[in-house]
Write a protein that binds this ligand. Structure first.
Ligand SMILES: Cc1cn([C@H]2C[C@H](O)[C@@H](COP(=O)(O)OP(=O)(O)OP(=O)(O)O)O2)c(=O)[nH]c1=O
Length: 191
């Protein structure tokens, strides 16, 4: 059986993939995540997912490798992980009271060539109160997350509804992952 490898350092992705019934190994891919000039957000997350998967596949011949990358887009502006507290505050003030998109790129490398997919979820934010903003920034939760928030934590209080896959917002759209891996599912570790 070919081993499945998740090319990610994200504990959330690891938990989600296990939740969906896969057995796999984890290897973090360290790639340059800079966006190319003029690159569209959906092209950007697809490229990064592919580069993460390819980097790990090159060192693990014979494995099936899954890469993913998540970003937040507000009216055309890409919001990745904040660089510091002020950047997180800037992002949360932008998101407050507006609807944005979360895109996750997925790529599977190994077997016959590679396949990729981009999943999009619309996320509605109500207005964030000043005291909520202060408390959330002090918690540190925004710092390792695209758009400076995690729907799975305190920020859930600002989100009355979404349109699309919840798991996509957390970082790994499981139904799409199963579909993408489906073509080779008999060859690697699905429980
Ligand atoms: C919007 C949002 C993002 N996130 C997270 C998912 C991703 O882990 C992170 C976006 O950063 P990514 O660069 O996609 O992933 P990562 O650096 O955490 O892991 P790796 O590159 O090794 O796979 O933001 C949440 O956990 N909740 C949310 O609501």
């Amino acid at each position: 059986m070919r081993p499945l490898i998740l090319a990610s350092a994200s504990p959330r992705r690891r938990e989600l993939l296990a939740q969906a019934g896969f057995t796999f190994e984890v290897r973090a891919a360290d790639i340059d995540e800079t966006r190319h000039a003029g690159e569209q957000p959906m092209d950007y997350v697809r490229r990064l997912a592919l580069e993460k998967a390819q980097a790990i596949a090159a060192r693990n011949p014979g494995a099936v490798v899954l890469g993913a990358d998540t970003t937040v887009v507000l009216e055309g502006e890409v919001l990745n992980k904040p660089v510091d507290r002020d950047d997180a505050e800037r992002m949360l003030r932008l998101l407050s009271g507006r609807t944005h998109q979360v895109h996750t790129g997925l790529a599977v490398v190994g077997g016959s060539g590679h396949q990729s997919h981009v999943e999009t979820t619309d996320v509605v934010f109500r207005a964030i109160a000043e005291e909520e903003l202060t408390a959330y920034l002090a918690s540190g939760d925004p710092m390792d997350k695209a758009g400076a928030y995690g729907i799975q934590g305190y920020a859930a209080r600002w989100i009355p509804r979404i349109e699309g896959d919840y798991f996509n917002v957390v970082g790994l759209p499981l139904a799409a992952v199963v579909r993408l891996l489906g073509t080779v599912s008999s060859e690697y570790g699905e429980r």
